[in-house]
Design a protein around this ligand. Sequence first.
Ligand code: ADP
Length: 274
Amino acid sequence: MTASRDERRMTNSVCALGIDVGSTTVKMVGVDAEGNLAWHLLEQADPRVEDQVERFLARAPCLSPPLAGGMKGRLFLVATGYGRKLVRPAARQVTEITCHAKGVYRELAAKRGGTLVDIGGQDSKVIGISPKGDVTDFSMNDKCAAGTGRFLENTANRLGVPLDRMGEVALSASHEVSISSTCTVFAESEVISLIAHGVAVEPILRGLHRSLIKRVVAMIRTVGLAPPLMLSGGVAQNQAIPRMLEEETGEKVILPRYPQLMGAYGAALIALEM
Ligand code: ADP
């Protein structure tokens, strides 16, 4: 999902909604009475969060009659993500860690748990999930762009490679250039210098992906890896990320059908239980 707006309706009945106000994108998901993903809407984040939330609610399918307004007129809406506190119509605000774990547990890990890596635009997290679906431990990086979508985006921009081709181009490299800077700003300068020395785009891009994956693997070590190893967040759509995560950990990586929607999906599942 790299378009500025992506909307899809799978079934007619929407019983509860979840919204994930991320630093890069805003996602809203509707679920049916069984908790299946029934509708979603994704847009790039607008700095006027409250206006954007109103627009999302105006586009959301009507909640099905027996449930809408059931709780004294309260919306069956749970908000998560970095901007969740600005979603005033929400009945509850819940952390991204809980919501991603909830969504992915339902999609991939029911009754067995596992380790979830969520890589978003400006943060990344590793979450341990128990066989009952509880969060057992987590590690979060929201202080530094290294290890996030922003790191790859900024540097790929410099290389003139579009976002949705970064993974494919990185994987096409026959060798890899090691990038020593972990900071995004220094990595960008390093990339400029490599290009000036005639190094090809593909091995540089592969090296940048390696650098991101190594940051993530360091976080996995602090939480511990209990298979299955699962991946969510927008960056999971970059095909080089699961492949290189498998190379670094020796563990198979599994993905939900809509990795970028898992936070909003988990929020909608919580709203359904209200
Ligand atoms: P947040 O919740 O923090 O706003 P998301 O989980 O929506 O972040 O992820 C946004 C990031 O996902 C973007 O910064 C972008 O780098 C990355 N991304 C989205 N789609 C793709 C794609 N098709 N290929 C590579 N990266 C992608």
